[in-house]
Design a protein around this ligand. Structure first.
Ligand code: 1OR
Length: 289
């Protein structure tokens, strides 16, 4: 399929579409399921979509380290999920590299099992944004063709990215990240809504989620029923006992995504940990009494 011949308009699921089916034995299916299990792009697929995607993913062994899987500037054909091995990501700020020349640019990331790449060119009909090289021998990738990616995986992904990118850009915690890193966080976010007075987190509960206040305001209480010690507004993130002081929309990350994706900002978070702020407030409160 040539890129230009393909419509940019989002496809409707009612259109005739038969994804390719690559037969797999049970051992392969097991490995594949493990590889995609922690990847946010595969969450929220319904049963039919899930089985179509599982069938259309094709095992692609990469025996040698140093194999170039994607070349910046090329037309996008496949999306890949890593089952085994590590891959370096290079970006040449000039936008593309000359064939044969050593102009890959700077190494910007390394990816490992469970992670995926190659979605950008397929989503935006754009040239490949980076060069991807295997750095370990005996790597295994699973590839998904562009049509199946666009028909099944893309809708969800682009919806989430659109919904959260503008918001994440405004969150001070994330301003030091490059846009692509914010896109990855957007992939992992889910939304929850609370009504005024609802308890979002109760003090002492085990906090499994990381919440970002997307809309509305919320108050922090040391004791329920007492005066709030802190208020949160749009863009704040939190722990502690938090009660919605208006209708609130939060974006939240599960523990898994939090650990994986917020590595780059962990230091900033430690510096202005809301729990530290809260402890400070507690000390103040104690001095008062
Ligand atoms: P693609 O289809 O453009 C290259 O082919 C892939 O590399 C791209 O999709 C992404 O899946 C993946 N910037 C752009 N693409 C990246 C980046 C990246 N990291 C991985 N890919 N970074 C920003 C560099 C300024 C790295 C952010 C950590």
């Amino acid at each position: 399929v040539s890129v230009s011949a393909e419509s940019l308009a989002p496809s409707t699921s009612s259109e005739e579409f038969t994804p390719p089916v690559y037969p797999k034995n049970s051992e392969q299916i097991q490995r594949l399921k493990t590889a995609i299990s922690k990847n946010f792009l595969f969450t929220s697929l319904d049963e039919e979509q899930s089985s179509q995607v599982l069938g259309a993913l094709n095992e692609k062994p990469i025996p040698a380290a140093g194999t170039r899987v994607i070349t910046q500037g090329d037309v996008g054909d496949f999306f890949y999920v890593i089952e085994r091995g590590s891959f370096d990501v290079y970006v040449n700020p000039a936008g593309s590299i000359q064939p044969g020349a050593d102009g890959m640019g700077n190494k910007v990331a390394t990816m490992g099992p469970g992670e995926s790449f190659g979605e950008l060119a397929l989503m935006y009909n754009a040239p490949r944004a980076a060069t991807i090289i295997s750095i370990s021998p005996q790597s295994i990738l699973w590839s998904l063709d562009r049509v199946t990616f666009r028909r099944i995986l893309m809708e969800n992904t682009s919806k989430r990215r659109k919904m959260f990118e503008a918001f994440l850009e405004e969150v001070p915690l994330f301003t030091s990240l490059v846009p692509y890193e914010r896109s990855k966080i957007a992939d992992a976010l889910d939304t929850k809504t609370f009504d005024t007075g609802d308890v979002i987190i109760r003090r002492g509960d085990i906090g499994d989620n990381f919440y970002l206040l997307e809309d509305g305001s919320a108050d922090v209480y040391l004791q329920e029923g007492e005066e709030p010690v802190l208020s949160y507004k749009k863009g704040d993130y939190f722990a502690a006992s938090v009660v919605a002081s208006s209708r609130v929309k939060v974006a939240y990350l599960g523990k898994e995504g939090f650990q994986r994706l917020l590595g780059p900002v962990a230091e900033i978070m430690r510096r202005n940990d809301p729990r530290k702020r809260e402890k400070k407030m507690m000390r103040k409160e104690q001095k008062k009494t």
